[in-house]
Design a protein around this ligand. Structure first.
Ligand code: HEC
Length: 120
């Protein structure tokens, strides 16, 4: 009985995760397209217009979320620190993103194929 409940619970949970993730990724792609992030970072989020611009495809989503929120803090005047990035370009873009936009675009970028990898 307990096992059945557990199995059913896990199946429901997995279903919920799969559905919410699909919605987030589509919304994330929409954010990427709406603000034309590709104009600098490249259509594939790998080949940017300048080699000094970071590769975003395949980067950890939580890192991207942290970076974008740090640009937002920097744009609202906070002094630079580990959690505050001062960058005029990205500050201006990050300012236009809601918390949900940031979660979605980061999840979508993390799901794109890219050369970033963890050595195993
Ligand atoms: C006008 C060019 C330009 C546009 C458009 C642009 N970016 Fe950037 N982006 C940059 C530059 C330059 C940097 C590096 C800034 C720095 O040194 O902190 C950067 C950095 C980033 C980073 C930090 C990545 C890391 O590894 O530290 C993220 C995340 C990011 N951009 C996401 C986006 C998203 C999402 C959009 C669209 C909403 C966008 N960018 C639009 C130029 C651009």
């Amino acid at each position: 009985m307990k096992l059945t409940t557990l199995a059913l619970g896990s199946a429901l949970l997995l279903g919920a995760v799969a559905t919410s993730q699909a919605a987030d990724l589509a919304a994330g792609k929409a954010v990427w397209e709406k603000l034309n992030c590709a104009s600098c970072h490249g259509a594939d989020a790998v080949k940017s217009i300048d080699p000094s611009y970071p590769i975003l495809a395949g980067q950890h989503a939580d890192f991207l979320v942290h970076a974008l929120r740090s640009y937002q803090r920097g744009a609202s005047g906070a002094p630079a620190s580990a959690n505050v990035r001062k960058n005029a370009i990205m500050g201006a873009f990050a300012k236009q993103l809601s918390k949900q936009d940031i979660e979605n675009v980061s999840a979508w970028l993390a799901a794109q194929p890219g050369p970033l990898a963890v050595r195993r």
